[in-house]
Design a protein around this ligand. Structure first.
Ligand SMILES: NC(=O)c1ccc[n+]([C@@H]2O[C@H](COP(=O)([O-])OP(=O)(O)OC[C@H]3O[C@@H](n4cnc5c(N)ncnc54)[C@H](OP(=O)(O)O)[C@@H]3O)[C@@H](O)[C@H]2O)c1
Length: 308
């Protein structure tokens, strides 16, 4: 029995995954959030495939450990850029540092993300979940696009989430003054915002040779949400985690999306791992909020609405 499009994500979690024999050897891959979970697994997987990794992380000590592990896997020295994505100033600085050291960028994987059961505003009064999950990746992407356009067939991959289905983009209340905040709603709103801007970026990137796609990395073991206090962390680690898969499946999926020759010009899609899928209606290409999301996101990160 075929499920309706909007429920297909349930079946897609069990779909056979695609793989590619194509290699990322010699490709420069910028990956955010490499110290844990999905990002850590991807950085190792891509290193084994001899990619040059540019790690973006916030903890120097843990970053150094990952960096030497990656070097041990490939013999290729990774670069490490430090930034806390709650601050957009730090994202901007990190992008500047990446541009200074990378004459070429072939792959950008915006992976860093959070889940917070409490509303925490950053120094400029923006919900940190929106800042980390969406605005940081939006700003990073827009600042790196001009350099990526210089590479033949560069690819941008947004690590999104089936969690986007939890909420439409609450664009008119980013401090949650008039809406009830919950971890699922803020996660859903931020991931929906990201998807809406992916569809707009896809239009703007037409003819540049850069593709942009979003993906759900599977339900996998990681540290997400583990800073939410004892009760949540206990529930997550003890009750939920045993049912989750190893993040290697996320790494394999991202490898396929980053390397498969048949995807070289494929852009503007949402994948559940490697299966193309319809996002929720409120986050789809048909949403009336795409322009609104683009304008608000541009304003919040301090960029013009035009992309050079
Ligand atoms: N795990 C799943 O089942 C699942 C499902 C759907 C979507 N996702 C998505 O997958 C992505 C990775 O999540 P994960 O599950 O691998 O979680 P994770 O283990 O907590 O990893 C998240 C990564 O993001 C980094 N990060 C968090 N806050 C940051 C900040 N303020 N500044 C810079 N970096 C920051 C973390 O750094 P630290 O190590 O320093 O904390 C870590 O490296 C997220 O976008 C998440 O929404 C995951």
């Amino acid at each position: 029995m075929k499920l309706p499009d909007q429920l297909q994500f349930i079946a897609n979690a069990y779909a056979k995954q695609k793989r590619t024999g194509a290699s990322l050897a010699g490709k420069v891959c910028v990956i955010t959030g490499t110290t844990s979970g999905v990002g850590y697994a991807v950085a190792k997987y891509f290193s084994k495939d001899m990619a040059k990794i540019v790690m973006v992380c916030r903890d120097k000590e843990r970053g150094e450990k990952v960096k030497s592990e990656l070097y041990g896997l490939s013999g290729i020295e990774p670069d490490m850029i430090l930034a806390d994505f709650r601050s957009l100033e730090e994202v901007r600085r990190a992008a500047g540092e990446i541009l200074a050291i990378c004459p070429r960028i072939d792959i950008l994987i915006n992976n860093a993300g959070v889940f917070s059961t409490r509303l925490i505003l950053n120094e400029v009064g923006v919900d940190t979940v929106l800042a980390v999950n969406h605005l940081a990746s939006f700003l990073m992407t827009r600042l790196l696009i001009p350099r990526m356009a210089e590479s033949a067939h560069a690819r941008i991959l947004q690590v999104n989430s089936e969690g986007h289905r939890f909420s439409k983009f609450i664009y008119d209340d980013i401090q949650w003054k008039h809406h009830r905040y919950s971890g699922y709603r803020s996660c859903g709103s931020s991931k929906t915002a990201q998807l809406l801007t992916v569809w707009k970026l896809d239009q703007l990137l037409s003819g540049t040779g850069i593709t942009i796609n979003a993906m759900h990395p599977g339900a996998v073991k990681s540290n997400i949400g583990h800073s939410n206090g004892l009760l949540y962390t206990f529930f997550s680690r003890v009750i939920i985690t045993p049912f989750l898969k190893d993040p290697t499946i996320s790494a394999q999926a991202l490898h396929y999306l980053a390397a498969a020759p048949e995807l070289e010009t494929v852009s503007g899609y949402y994948y559940n791992l490697t299966t193309e899928e319809q996002p929720a209606q409120h986050a789809s290409l048909g949403s009336s909020l795409i322009e609104e999301a683009w304008k608000i996101s541009s304003r919040l990160v301090g960029l013009p609405e035009d992309q050079d």
